[in-house]
Ligand binder design. Sequence first.
Ligand code: NAP
Ligand code: ZN
Ligand code: ZN
Length: 352
Amino acid sequence: MQQTVKAYGTPAADAPLREMTIPRRSVGAKDVEIEILYCGVCHSDLHTARNDWGGTVYPAVPGHEIVGRVVSVGSDVTCFAPGDIAAVGCLVDSCRTCKNCAQDLEQYCTNGFTGTYNGKDKHMPELRTYGGYSGKVVVDDHFVLKVPAGLDLAATAPLLCAGITTWSPLRHWKVGPGSTIAVVGLGGLGHMAIKLAKGLGAHVALFSRSESKTQDALDLGADRVVISTRQEEMDAVAGTFDVIIDTVPYVHDLNSYIKTLSASGTLVLVGFLGDLQPMLNTAPMVIGRKAISGSLIGGIAETQEMLDFCGEHNITADIELINMQDINDAYERMLKSDVRYRFVIDMASLKN
Ligand code: NAP
Ligand code: ZN
Ligand code: ZN
C-alpha cells in the first residue's frame, strides 16, 4: 500500500530541483509517520542531486536532517505517539543482525544500510527512499530519534547529519579535556565540530581558507584560527593536533595537514570521497606514527547520545532558514562556501 506526498527533488543531474509528487509506503506495524517541520541542507544533498558520487537514481529527493511531528504510529510502536517531536537522520534501515549492526554501528552494516534518500525501501522493493525535502516521511521506529525538550527545532535539524558526523569521530578518538584538535573547513560540519569538541572540553583550532570567517570561528568557540593558505601559519602549528576532522568536500592536499598532527595523531576524513591528489608522503606518518582515517555519520544509539548531549549543553546549529523554493540558490551559495553555517528549510513553505 502506498500514499503520495508532495516533495522537492530533481529529475536529472543537470536539472534544478522542482516540486514533484513521490510515493511513500503506508504506515506499517513498526512505522512512525512524521510530518516534516524542518530539514537541513547538507553538502551531500548537493553531491547526490548532481550525481557527484555516481549512483544517483532519479528522480532524487534529498534531505537527511529531519525534524518533525509524529502524526501516526503502527500498532507495534511503543516509543512514539502522535504529537511527539521526532527526528530522522541519514539512515532509515539496516539488516540489524550483522556484526556491525549488533554493535550499534548501523552505518557500517555489512549488508548495506538503507539511506534516507537514494536507497531501496526494504518494505516495498519497488519503492525508492526519498529524503526530507517533502511533507511527510514513514520510518521504522528503530531509526527515529527523540529530540530533547528545549532545543530550537529548526536549529536542531542539522544535528542529524552535521552533528552526528562530527560527534562520532570525536567520541571514537576519545576527544575530551586535554585533547588538542583541529577542524578543516568552516561549513555545516565544521561549525558543528567546533561546538561539539568545545562541549567535550577540547582545545579547538580551525583551518580555513576564508579569512572572513575568523571572527565567526572564535565566536563559535574555536581557540585559534589558522589560515591554511599561509605557510607561516601552517608552520606555526606543526606537530600540534591529536585529532583533525577534515570536512572539505573536494580533493585537496593533505600533506600540509599531516605535518600539523602530533605523534600518534589521526586525521579523520569526513568530507571528500575519492582519490587523493597529490600523493601522500608517508615519511611524516611513519616517523610520527600518524594516521589518516575516515568516518561515516554515526549509529542510531550514538545519534541519540549526541542529541541528548546537545540538549544538556544547549548546542544547536547556526542556521539560515529558507523556503523550499529557494533551494537552488542555496546550493549555489553552498558551492561558494557562503553558508553561515547551515541552510534549514522551513517545510511549511512547501504548502505555498
Ligand atoms: P559545506 O557546508 O559546504 O562546508 C564545507 C567547507 O569546506 C566550506 O565551508 C569551506 O570552508 C571548505 N571548502 C569547500 N570547498 C573547498 C575546497 N575546494 N578546498 C578547501 N576547502 C574547501 O559542506 P558540509 O555540509 O559541511 O559537508 C562537507 C562534506 O562532508 C561534504 O562533502 C559532504 O558530502 C560530506 N559529508 C560527509 C558525511 C560523512 O558521513 N562522512 C556526512 C555529511 C556530509 P572554508 O571556507 O572555511 O575553507
Ligand atoms: Zn549529510
Ligand atoms: Zn547490518
